[in-house]
Design a protein around this ligand. Sequence first.
Ligand code: ATP
Length: 147
Amino acid sequence: MPIRCEIVSQDRKVFEGDVDIVTLPGAEGEMGILPRHAPLLTTLKYGIVKVRTNNKEEIFTVAGGVAEIQPEIVTILADAAENVQEIDVNRAETARKRAEEALAQTKQDGGDLDSYLALEAALRRSNLRLDAAKRFRSGRRSGQGEE
Ligand code: ATP
């Protein structure tokens, strides 16, 4: 008997399917969720979600959020989420550079805390995407100019 898994980000449904196991970055560390798991609500760290069906594994980045676990369904509401295969490496590199430069500028200008935190979060998202693409994608990198 499988468990249903839904990964939803702020702007789209990223994954939906019946799987054998879901691994997610819970507040207390990595959690493996099997069918019939006890009900649980956890916040999510920035990290990796893996879903496995038979011997096929799909890997996603999640930039924080919450997961609701029920015996028959895991619902992941992520602030941002991507399948590692769809990560555009050039876009993430550009986002990282932009965030780094803006952070340096904000520090110099003594900018407000909200913009500092937003830039720091953007930097963490881009680093997560770049790290995941490097670790979990074999061979080619996607993105303009690299095909
Ligand atoms: P950018 O500045 O490049 O837009 P961002 O971190 O601000 O990056 P988000 O607001 O987190 O982007 O995400 C907006 C949408 O774009 C989401 O659907 C997210 O999954 C997707 N997305 C963001 N960066 C990438 C990427 N490098 N590759 C593929 N999808 C991405």
